[in-house]
Design a binder for this molecule. Structure first.
Ligand code: ATP
Length: 346
């Protein structure tokens, strides 16, 4: 059953659509990532679900109830912001309990919920501290604690980890995911970080310029991107996408059936390419050694048809700048797109 459902939701600011005809459903107990580049409308979509913005058109349902015009407090959602939004003059305990006091939850119930949340988050020793006496990760846990004690069926998160350093982000990602599973809460999680979306989400809603570009599982977005935009947004380094003709004589082998090759772009992920003496000729333009693997920047083709190509290979490569390589990959790892529209060719 869909716990959250958006149908044709549009939000315009001064006549300019920030969110344009967005529809998607989130199943109960799922974690869905709203992913996309800066300014694509992720935060606005989340704020519309929370009721912090009023939609210009469309309907929003939560737990089967139309909440399009319902006040935020009556929607059954909690929200965690990038800034944590903690009150500086209140202690950790007071910050966590604030919402419950406002909603007049009886004291014994408040204490029970506090105990549960604090136990889960490991905040037991910090309850009397003020936010200024906490690390970034601890402040983030307090913000999570506030969402947990609300015990709403739906939790909304807006880039909750963006103020943390890389290692802590990794730990908190796992923690949030485990917590979401344990509590069985439905979560919508805004991020511009595709790795975060891929590792945490059951499904990803990839947004672009206010609309939904593709909605699917991480495997679907990675394995069958519907557009060049999705293909290049998911995966690092991005998929190589180039005119089929740039492959020269090899183009025939990688061409889709029954299409004029001149209208087709070919896509292949850097990690699916291997070095092969009999493969397509390439010239190395740069090599980056990363430890477990290396990234090779190469050029293939000549003149107007020359194209750059990135290859990811295990370990260290002997080749240096200016060196010659042969590149090959399985036909099954080839993606095809219509060059004009950028859409996948089935
Ligand atoms: P980011 O990752 O940078 O936060 P985002 O994908 O969350 O970006 P939104 O914050 O939803 O994007 O903004 C989408 C578009 O709507 C942007 O062009 C933004 O400038 C515009 N916008 C957002 N809020 C307002 C507002 N209150 N008034 C006018 N324009 C707004």
């Amino acid at each position: 059953m869909a716990e959250v459902e958006l149908s044709g939701v549009t939000k315009a600011f001064s006549g300019q659509a920030a969110v344009n005809d967005v529809s998607f459903a989130v199943a109960a107990g799922h974690l869905v990532a709203l992913l996309g580049p800066s300014g694509c409308g992720k935060s606005t979509t989340l704020r519309l679900i929370a009721g912090l913005e009023q939609s210009t058109a469309g309907t929003i349902k939560i737990s089967g109830r139309d909440v399009t015009h319902t006040a935020p407090a009556e929607r059954g959602v909690s929200m965690v912001f990038q800034s944590y939004a903690l009150f500086p003059h209140l202690s950790v305990e007071q910050n966590i309990l604030f919402g419950l006091e406002v909603r007049k939850v009886p004291k014994p119930e408040r204490i029970a919920r506090l105990k549960r949340a604090v136990g889960i988050l490991g905040l037991d020793q910090l309850l009397d501290r003020k936010p200024s006496q906490l690390s970034g990760g601890q402040q983030q846990r307090v913000a999570l604690g506030r969402a947990i004690v609300a015990e709403t069926p739906v939790c909304l998160m807006d880039e909750p980890l963006s103020n943390l350093d890389a290692q802590l982000r990794l730990d908190m990602r796992r923690e949030i995911r485990a917590l979401q599973r344990r509590l069985g809460v439905t979560m919508i999680y805004v991020t511009h970080d595709q790795v975060e979306a891929m590792t945490m989400a059951d499904r990803i809603v990839l947004m672009r310029s206010g609309h939904v570009e593709q909605h699917g599982t991480p495997e679907e977005l990675y394995g069958r991107p519907a557009t060049v935009f999705t293909a290049r947004f998911i995966g690092t380094p991005p998929m190589n996408v180039l005119p089929l003709a740039a492959l020269g004589e090899a183009a025939a082998r990688f061409a889709p059936d029954g299409r004029d090759a001149s209208t087709v772009s070919l896509g292949v992920r850097p990690e699916h390419v291997r070095l092969s003496d009999t493969g397509i000729h390439a010239t190395v333009t740069a090599v980056e050694y990363l430890g477990a693997d290396s990234l090779i920047d190469a050029r293939i083709g000549d003149g107007a048809l020359a194209a750059s190509f990135v290859v990811r290979v295990p370990g260290k490569v002997a080749a240096g700048e200016g060196g010659r390589l042969g590149l090959d990959w399985d036909v099954a790892d080839t993606h095809h797109f219509d060059t004009a529209s950028g859409r996948r060719i089935a």
